[in-house]
Design a binder for this molecule. Structure first.
Ligand code: HEC
Length: 330
């Protein structure tokens, strides 16, 4: 029997390492600077303006008008009409003319009614061309920087994240993921990030429905703020769980269907400002809990099928108190 590539953790790790080699951070674009003086006008400012407004149509593949604005070389090379910038002379620069035409002119850039560059962005590009359109030119090394650029430059500096801060965030994320993995192991629940590397998670309890109870839920408490979606369908949760769940401040979707929730303290979920969807299908929630339920005015959808509250009278009360809530399945 021949050996196939092992579907083991080792194999996965190898794939991961290979993938991470391909996704090395690109050298293109802005990089952290401590002050406005350190800003490199092309890579930290002008290139960012192109990136946000032009490169959807002017990149290595798309090259409208034969112009690629993704790289400094592409910019200098120009397009169909020859050079796009004449270093030192903005009035002779095709690119500068295109961004300063009347906005309804057919040749105006960005094309196709895309939002025009701001006045300050146009002025900065013009000033950079006049200063020689050098690749390495910094704000500090350029004499006579117009003072009206200061706020724009400062905003760029403020939006840059220092390597130290990046490092701190990365460490915090690693710690969170390690801790979450621990909780996952102890509860048997599946806890997955909503997006790769996100700090918001969804909890699934499919494989541990018979054993997942109020104590299991308590193990999630330290990460309450990180849980955005939770599916506890068919688990052993009781009203005690509601007290714990009231601390899941970022919870948006909560499925408690077929649990033992009776709903005596259901009103405590009113604190969850982001809770959009609540599923109580098949729970022993009693009709006495309706007042508690009516406090949940933040809800956009509520499922009550197969409960005591799935009666005409109760539903009409709920519709009146929660007019923006869709009563799915009723
Ligand atoms: C929605 C697509 C689109 C966007 C966005 C866009 N362009 Fe263009 N651009 C075109 C097309 C199509 C042409 C070719 C037709 C023409 O010359 O007008 C062109 C041509 C040009 C040319 C002339 C090239 C040459 O040598 O003939 C310049 C310069 C230019 N664009 C600059 C820009 C700049 C700067 C931006 C961003 C501020 C931008 N474009 C955004 C579609 C776009």
């Amino acid at each position: 029997m021949s050996h196939s590539f092992p579907k083991t953790l080792g194999g996965l790790l190898l794939i991961y390492l290979l993938a991470s080699c391909v996704t090395q951070p690109s050298v293109r674009g802005a990089s952290y600077k401590q002050s406005v003086e350190d800003l490199v006008v092309y890579s930290d400012v002008v290139d960012t303006i192109f990136e946000q407004n032009c490169i959807t149509c002017h990149n290595a593949d798309e090259r409208e008008g034969e112009l690629n604005l993704e790289t400094y070389e592409g910019l200098l090379k120009g397009g169909d009409s020859g050079y796009s910038i004449a270093t030192g002379d903005k009035e002779d620069s095709e690119l500068f003319l295109r961004i300063t035409l009347p906005h309804d002119d057919a040749d105006f850039m960005p094309a196709e009614d895309k939002p025009p560059l701001s006045e300050i962005e146009v002025a900065i590009i013009g000033w950079w061309i006049e200063s020689g359109a050098d690749l390495d030119l910094t704000v500090g090394a350029t004499p006579g920087v117009p003072s009206e650029f200061s706020d724009y430059f400062q905003e760029i500096v403020d939006s840059m994240i220092s390597p130290k801060e990046l490092d701190r965030r990365e460490k915090a994320r690693h710690e969170l993921y390690a801790n979450i993995a621990g909780v996952q192991e102890r509860t048997g629940a599946l806890i997955i990030p909503l997006e790769p590397n996100a700090s918001e998670f969804s909890v699934e309890t499919f494989s541990v429905q018979k054993t997942f109870n109020d104590d299991s839920l308590s193990l999630l408490k330290p990460y309450a703020a990180n849980i955005a979606e939770a599916n506890f369908c068919n688990t052993q949760l009781t009203d005690q769980a509601l007290e714990v769940l009231a601390s899941f401040e970022n919870l948006q979707v909560l499925n408690l269907s077929n649990t033992h929730i009776e709903g005596k303290n259901l009103g405590s979920l009113a604190e969850l400002k982001h809770l959009k969807s609540l599923n109580l299908y098949g729970t022993p929630i009693s009709s006495d809990s309706i007042q508690e339920l009516l406090e949940l005015t933040q809800l956009k959808s509520l499922y009550l099928f197969q409960t005591e509250l799935y009666s005409e009278d109760a539903l009409s009360q709920i519709r009146e108190a929660l007019p923006n809530c869709n009563l799915g399945g009723g």
